[in-house]
Write a protein that binds this ligand. Structure first.
Ligand code: COA
Length: 269
């Protein structure tokens, strides 16, 4: 597979080729793959998995058995909810020379006003159908994704001020990011983050996220700064989740200088 080709250059340094990554909206067809990927990515990440008490201290096999149906439900609702759900797909070549596309990562973003224009069908599914469906099914989701976000935003308001703003600006919120363990270290999350950096730059808004221990060095490498520690009581354990901010770069293309500032240069007699 070309992504793992290791080349030896003339100076004897090793270079690992990055795969080509495509970032597109996630759809309901991606849900089973992404539910697996989510559990595998977070399996070794204690901060994240304590959010679901039933996942603590179980074997990987058991985690997938109990976790996949639950995460499928949550993800279905997330995808039709008000945020932006995006996936990363890599293209590789199999032994027969055919191109194979694999979904290997996911990110969930909320815009500064917390919404995106949705179709009537998406709105219907997320606010009417799935809450009823989840209530009636044995795999019960206690709170919908939009509700969880509201809860988190309430907590942020206590730290950041009214309306959860950073330095007077509402922010993009990276709610979730994960990459399949087999594909970590190949620039997949960089592609999913780039999507958000471009949006934040366009709207001149910061990006906010709460990091796991594993995500911290990655976000720091991408220019996020820790600005707060959010106190959380999860399964009876107090943790402090690092809140991080990325600020858009100043978008100055031209430096306009008024002619009368430098008369000797601009005014020719
Ligand atoms: C955190 C995670 C999303 C990173 O995904 P990834 O695809 O492996 O990350 P990338 O390969 O795109 O690396 C991203 C950047 O971080 C840098 N980086 C990665 N690991 C690093 C480390 N330990 N220290 C410093 N920098 C690091 C890389 O150099 C890269 O920067 P570059 O593009 O400028 O070279 C992935 O490890 C994961 O899914 N972890 C489990 C779930 C999780 O904790 N998610 C975070 C939730 S807040």
């Amino acid at each position: 597979m070309d992504y793992s080709t290791i080349e030896k250059s003339s100076t004897s340094t090793l270079t690992i080729k990055r795969p080509s990554v495509e970032v597109t909206p996630a759809t309901s067809r991606d849900v089973p793959t992404l539910a697996h990927t989510y559990l595998l990515a977070f399996a070794n990440n204690p901060t994240a998995l304590v959010f679901s008490p039933q996942y603590v201290g179980v074997s990987l096999e058991e985690l997938l058995r109990i976790g996949v149906p639950r995460e499928i439900n949550r993800l279905r609702q997330r995808i039709v909810g008000p945020g932006y759900s995006i996936k990363a797909t890599v293209s590789t070549t199999n032994e027969r020379g055919e191109t194979v596309q694999t979904v290997v990562g996911f990110a969930h973003w909320f815009s500064p006003d917390g919404t995106r224009k949705r179709t009537f069908w998406e709105w219907f599914l997320s606010t009417i159908f799935y809450p009823i469906y989840n209530f009636l099914r044995p795999v019960h989701v206690p709170k919908g994704v939009p509700l969880l976000r509201e809860m988190m935003m309430d907590q942020k308001e206590q730290v950041f001020g009214k309306g959860a703003e950073w330095e007077g600006k509402k922010f993009w919120h990276l709610r979730l990011l994960y990459v399949h363990p087999d594909w970590q270290g190949f620039g997949i999350s960089s592609a999913l983050l780039k999507w958000g950096f471009e949006k934040a730059q366009e709207t001149n808004s910061p990006i906010y996220l709460e990091s796991t221990r594993m995500g911290l060095p990655v976000y720091k490498a991408k220019g996020f700064k820790v600005v707060a520690f959010l106190p959380r009581l999860i399964c009876g354990v107090h943790i402090e989740a690092p809140g991080m901010i990325w600020e858009p770069k100043l978008n100055v293309k031209y430096y306009i200088c008024a002619p009368n500032t430098y008369p000797n240069v601009f005014i020719h007699h």
